[in-house]
Design a binder for this molecule. Sequence first.
Ligand code: RUB
Length: 309
Amino acid sequence: MNRVDKLLKDITDLKVQGARNVAKAGIRAVIWTVEDSKAKTKEQLVKELRDARGRIMHVRPTEPMLRNMMRESVDFSISEIAGRPTASMEQLKKMIVRDEEKYIKKMEDSMANIAEFGSMLLPEKGLVVTHCHSSTVTGILKRAHRDGKKISVVCCETRPRFQGRLTAEELAKAGMDVTLTVDMGVNRFMKKADMVIVGADAVTAMGDLINKVGTSALARLARMNDVSFYSAAELYKYDPLTIYGAREAIEERDRKEVWERPPKGVKISNPAFDATAARYINGYITEMGVVPPQALWTVAMKKLAREMR
Ligand code: RUB
């Protein structure tokens, strides 16, 4: 197995998890495809880039950030190749690697803005509930901690893959007060919570949120207890196809993650994500600021329309 295949398998197996990390790994896969390419002509290189993009884009189905970044960055690289008729293959490969790396840098810059806006939104002292592992959410919480805010965090363990443990470990390492609860145990903390912040895998044109399964129950629980519910979402999480009525596919994962050998007659349901209606969401914390769910698509299109067709 070559290193690109191995990286794509790591994404499918959740060794790489979370939408931003998956998108970054997608860019890394493009870089490795180019570095390892044996293409002798520009046409061959363009074909390899197109084939790689097609494979990488769909490695996990519910990941518009990955798809948006693949479209944008690979289209950009292809147009750069067309614009340099006299460049050698080595020069072109170097240029593409440099361009693709810029996309990773852009993601880091967006993350820094989201962390700043998110920290400003948080109270000076309070209890935040979160779910699963979102690098965007932990980025905000750690930034608030560095800003001197006294934030305690309760994180759901997030069965069946327990990504909540990643959150708990990361925040504890950063010196934060963090409690991991069994998923349904979150109810007793919600009564005392000041805010819920979760990540996002996809945001639709209606402002609905697709995130780790369990998020929609958490949002309803927050509403019942008058607790504000936010999602931290880079604008690339917006799925532009939903404006045409496309529905975000919800990844159904291997049943064995839930029960290795279930007794005969027991059916297993293991969706990776669920949908939370916009009416339960106070706002999205994005790199352009905190926006209401109904406004997200307009703000996102300002960013995406520059490069996407
Ligand atoms: C992870 C998950 C995260 C989002 C956002 O699911 O639902 O909340 O991906 O993460 P999985 P980030 O573990 O199945 O990938 O903020 O890091 O993009």
